[in-house]
Design a protein around this ligand. Structure first.
Ligand code: 5GP
Length: 209
């Protein structure tokens, strides 16, 4: 269907990066964003960690072996990769770049190291850091997760402290005290970024005549 002619004939897809210490409530916010923006694609990472209950290969992650990961890395098939909590994680390059070229926005749920690499490699990528209301609250949320042992909780908390210090490398932060409010801030970020002239690659100034 041919729509009304618009002044913007082409815009590149925006890479939205979202990072958070585990327990900050990032998954809930990502689910909320995807129902708000059904066209927003979620990048599916490769990982060497084992599949958790309920996770689906190809939807949550591509679960691959260390050997497969190494081979993909050597072939330059990752836009970025990092070691997180003893395992390797990588963002497949091809779907990411196809998305950007086709004008569709894509969301990357990656850690601080990955966020820095993507920001360096892709001009215009937008990074968002989700903060828990406090470290006390983060500890409480982690303890509520039945799946994590005491050791893991301790380690994740220590990691969280380190990660939060990296917040200055991000473009935006969202405090997840109340999901509804945090969603409001996220929505404003997405809308503002979509209105950025620098993402437009082709204007139709001939329509102004
Ligand atoms: P989990 O194993 O709990 O799913 O994820 C652990 C951490 O790895 C999270 O902080 C998540 O954002 C990060 N992560 C997931 N995929 C990637 C990726 O492709 N690259 C990087 N750098 N981090 C990732």
């Amino acid at each position: 269907m041919i729509g009304k002619p618009t002044l913007i004939s082409k815009r590149q897809g925006i890479i939205f990066i979202i990072s958070a210490p585990s327990g900050a409530g990032k998954t809930t916010l990502i689910t909320g964003l995807r129902s708000l923006y059904p066209r927003l694609k979620l990048s599916v990472s490769c990982t060497t960690r084992a599949r958790r209950n309920g996770e689906v290969h190809g939807r949550d992650y591509y679960f691959i072996t260390g050997r497969q990961f190494k081979a993909m890395k050597a072939r330059g098939q990752f836009a970025e990769w990092a070691q997180v909590h003893d395992f390797f994680y990588g963002t497949p390059r091809r779907p990411l770049e196809q998305c950007v070229r086709s004008g569709r926005d894509i969301l990357l749920d990656i850690d601080v190291q990955g966020a820095k690499k993507i920001k360096r490699a892709y001009r215009g990528a937008v990074s968002i850091f989700v903060l828990p209301p406090s470290l006390h609250e983060l500890k409480r949320r982690l303890a509520l997760r039945a799946t994590e042992g005491k050791e893991t909780i301790h380690r994740r908390l220590a990691n969280a402290r380190g990660e939060i210090r990296e917040i200055l490398a991000y473009d935006y932060y969202v405090v997840n005290r109340e999901v509804k409010k945090a969603m409001g801030v996220l929505k404003s970020i997405v809308e503002a970024e979509r209105a950025r002239t620098s993402h437009v690659t082709e204007w139709r100034f001939d329509l102004l005549r």
